[in-house]
Design a protein around this ligand. Structure first.
Ligand SMILES: [Fe+2]
Length: 247
């Protein structure tokens, strides 16, 4: 079974379309690690697409904030203004769907999904120390996380933690990771709608645990058309510019 892993879509329908084109339907089910909305210009389109696909989705901090389930005091002013704009745009049924998304950790089909850290859905996992809880406490050997918008991850075996460099090079569209039991993995598919790891291409992953392979993908999309929709919506210029550089 091939599982399509989506994360941090952030209301970017053009990037999501590019991802679905690249995946070519060669997957059996899809999951999402949260942050369906926030930052981007297409909250209704992206939410509708996930609902149509039947994607099993956990909530991210932006989904919670837009749904009024957490205060935005900790958000920077740019993120907060995008949250407010998004809430005003969303159709009531899409807003209701977002407000009922479950938190991680969520075990499904042999993997575990979290948005941020294993113990705290709003916490970022950048360092090996921060990754340790997820590697040791998850109920599955392979756990996927999002939130940082950095594609990559960590593995653990015999008290040794390894940082995995698994991003495709600029000339490549995907890089494959071989899963080696009983090694444990904490993996980030990267962000579809707003990458921050220096590669502006949309990021996602496909997990095929029967064949012990996880593919990490990067696909280009027309960033300028998304930026045009963001300008038309008067979203903050800082959010518009960062899509060009993936930072
Ligand atoms: Fe995010």
């Amino acid at each position: 079974m091939r599982i399509l892993i989506l994360s941090d879509l952030h209301s970017n329908a053009t990037a999501l379309d590019a991802v679905l084109d690249a995946a070519q339907g060669r997957w059996d089910l899809s999951v999402c690690l949260g942050d369906v909305v926030g930052y981007g210009p297409d909250p209704n389109e992206v939410t509708a697409r996930l609902r149509e696909l039947g994607t099993q989705t956990i909530r991210g901090n932006h989904d919670k904030a837009v749904a009024g389930l957490m205060p935005t005091d900790d958000f920077n002013p740019v993120a907060k203004s995008a949250v407010d704009w998004t809430r005003g745009q969303l159709q009531p049924d899409h807003l209701a769907w977002l407000s009922t998304l479950p938190p991680g950790p969520l075990a499904t089909d042999g993997i575990v999904l979290v948005h941020g850290a294993f113990e705290d859905e709003d916490e970022y996992v950048f360092t090996p120390e921060q990754a340790l809880d997820g590697l040791l406490e998850s109920t599955a050997p392979v756990t996927f996380f999002g939130h940082t918008h950095h594609q990559g991850g960590f593995s653990y075996l015999d008290s040794h933690l390894e940082v995995l460099q698994i991003r495709p090079r600029p000339s490549e569209r995907f890089a494959a990771l071989r899963v080696e039991p009983p090694r444990r993995y904490l993996l980030n598919p990267g962000s579809i709608g707003q990458p921050r790891d220096g590669d502006p291409r949309a990021a996602f992953a496909i997990a095929d645990l029967e064949h012990q392979i996880i593919e990490f993908w990067r696909v280009p999309y027309d960033v300028s058309v998304v930026q045009g929709r963001m300008r038309a919506a008067h979203l903050p210029e800082q959010l518009i510019q960062r899509l060009s550089v993936g930072r």
